[in-house]
Write a protein that binds this ligand. Structure first.
Ligand code: NAI
Ligand code: MG
Length: 328
């Protein structure tokens, strides 16, 4: 372990202040990084008027990677600009089940590759009059192509060599037409098999038979919704990590938000954030450490202790301690 890497750490709001420290305890055991602790979100906005202070942006754009917890109502003003600032064009969201964790669909083992820069999250909204508001859905060939290329590399590396594009090109003919056509062309050039599915129909298929999917490539909003659906299939949002990558710098964060309903109680499931640190470790080429973290989390999910969302009664800290204890 070189220990040269610098990690920006943003707990954010709510349970971010519980799950991020828990994940850092695990990370500290397996790597020797330098940390830059900075603020973002509702609390700092309330104090200073700015949810994303300049020093936070600077810390993230100069760090090798960022560990992000979750922010609240200011999230769109925080995580969207951060993803943009590091040039991340894809959000990787794996969803799988674990022995010992009750799941609605125990056969689920899939990865969502979510377009991270455009679609309806590009922020092009207008209030034209008292009555009328509009939103422009941005889809470019450039972003679709780089997502397609990333997806091809991803499925080549994982050995499946195929993916499914989720879309709605029967209705959004121009934008999702471009999205599907561009990614299909890239896949054809690369010899990767693709399937396509209407995203609404896919929601039903995911609920009833998720085993038919391995890698799903989708526009921004669809990826947001489908990954929360996938979380529901495998045991909840407390389990889903994510990686904003595609660029030199990555931002690693649980899929969940700041969970105001349980914030401050010390019972948030830290697994999603700890698993996000495993993705961070992999991104920085600490593959062995990443594998150790995943194995330790799996072991704790199998035997307990477990937080209340998984039917247990353990605290966030107790779960983190158990994960640390099971590291080699
Ligand atoms: P949420 O993900 O915060 O919570 C949804 C439900 O899942 C809640 O019942 C919560 O208690 C539970 N949950 C989430 N994470 C959990 C964990 N680690 N352990 C146990 N239970 C967990 O989504 P919600 O309620 O829609 O949004 C709350 C706030 O979070 C909003 O202000 C929203 O804008 C923000 N948010 C921020 C995100 C981000 O920072 N990237 C992403 C999603 C939402
Ligand atoms: Mg979401």
């Amino acid at each position: 372990m070189s220990g040269d890497e610098r990690i920006a750490v943003i707990p954010g709001d709510g349970i971010g202040h519980e799950v991020v420290p828990a994940a850092l305890r695990v990370l500290d055991e397996v790597a020797d990084f330098e940390y830059d602790h900075v603020e973002a979100g509702d609390a700092v906005a309330e104090r200073t008027g700015d949810p994303l202070p300049a020093e936070t942006l600077e810390a993230v754009t100069s760090a090798d990677a960022t560990l992000f917890g979750a922010t609240g109502e200011t999230s769109a003003d925080v995580i969207l600009p951060l993803r943009e600032a590091v040039g991340s064009f894809v959000n990787i969201r794996p969803a799988r089940t674990y022995p010992g964790v009750d799941a609605v669909q125990p056969e689920t083992d899939l990865v969502i590759l979510r377009e991270n820069t455009e679609g309806v999250y590009a922020g092009i909204e207008n209030r034209l009059s008292e009555d009328v508001s509009t939103l422009t859905r941005l889809v470019t060939q450039t972003a679709s192509r780089r997502l397609g290329e990333f997806a091809c590399d991803y499925v080549a590396a994982d050995g499946t060599n195929e993916f499914t594009i989720a879309h709605k090109n029967n209705v959004m003919r121009v934008t999702d037409g471009l999205f599907v056509d561009t990614i299909s062309e890239v896949a054809a050039d690369r010899g990767v098999d693709i399937d396509t599915a209407y995203m609404d129909a896919m929601a039903t298929h995911l609920a009833m038979d998720p085993a038919q999917y391995d890698v799903i490539v989708c526009p921004n909003l669809a990826g947001d919704v489908l990954s929360d659906l996938a979380a529901g299939l495998v045991g909840g949002l407390g389990l889903l990590p994510s990686a904003n990558v595609g660029a030199e710098r990555g931002i690693f964060e649980p899929v969940h938000g700041c969970a105001p309903d349980i914030a401050g109680e010390g019972i948030a499931n830290p697994a999603a954030t700890i698993l996000s640190t495993a993705m961070l470790l992999e991104f920085l080429d600490y593959d062995d450490a990443a594998a150790d973290v995943r194995t330790a989390v799996e072991s704790v999910l199998a035997d307990g202790p477990r937080t209340p969302d998984l039917g247990g009664s353990a605290s966030t800290e107790a779960v983190a301690t158990a994960v640390v204890d099971r590291l080699p």
